[in-house]
Design a protein around this ligand. Sequence first.
Ligand code: DGY
Length: 330
Amino acid sequence: MQKRILITGRIPDEVMNLLPREYYVEVNSEDRPFDRQRLLESIPDKDGFISMITDSVDEELLDRAVRLKMIAHFGVGYNNIDVRAATARGILVSNTPGVLTGATADLAFALILAVARKVVECDRITREGRFRYWAPMLFLGSDVSWKTLGIIGLGKIGKAVVARAKGFDMRILYHNRQRIDPEEERKLAAEYVDMKTLLSRSDFISLHVPLTEETKYLIGRNELSLMKPTACLINTSRGPVVDERALVEALREKKIRGAGLDVYEHEPVLTPGLTELDNVVLLPHVGSGTIETRVKMASMAIENLVAGLRGKVPPNLVNPEALSRRRPAK
Ligand code: DGY
């Protein structure tokens, strides 16, 4: 029987031909989230689904996905998918780890530099014709080189940020659920510390944890109050890891120096007050947003999808428990 698949985001044209020709493909050709109602109506006859972070893959949707065998998520973070519910129904789920590590780490570092050196604010001042003369005390930022960088979540992306920080002679502190191997710690010259120490000693804090029940509001009012008044918070992970209202308050009252955000608690809606602040740089969730990376992510998602639909084990399967109850690939 012909395989029917749904792709809820427009992906690079050049990878579309990696899909077997015999598949029937329904694709969202617009650069906006796939409408929820349309998703509910489209899913019942689909065997495969390439999902986006903007799709809520919950029980309501999965109950209708009576033919679905494979969800190949386009992204590394899949907190939008109820994996437990998919597993219970024998639906395999995969993601795209690794290929977006470099791009996301680059963006985290771009935010560190942008916040420290007021790149966006200075750009605005210059465009508005307010750059009228050079003076020793005008437009001053703070150094990045030789400062202390605190990484919360030293996984692939966290380590890639550390590699970039080395070029800036930064001192590295990290906190993780589990301490990494001492040999690797030595190679990275990263010192393991508890949360409180990391918060109180770092000049820049960069978040690289997945969104789970444990990491929701990992950075709230209390954590922000432990940071130095000169410190900056960078978030390229997931918005709800930070209590955005508490962050707005801390930035407004200058309890911390600044923040660089690529993700938001109620994305794409921003917490009131955020856009009025000069000490925050705001980006529209573009951590993995380079053409090269998006091509690799799309190729990887298709590879996972096709493997799953051919009855093989997808290379980036996140729920191996579903294999024993997978639906037959008819
Ligand atoms: C990811 O891959 O997790 C990106 O943030 C896009 O969702």
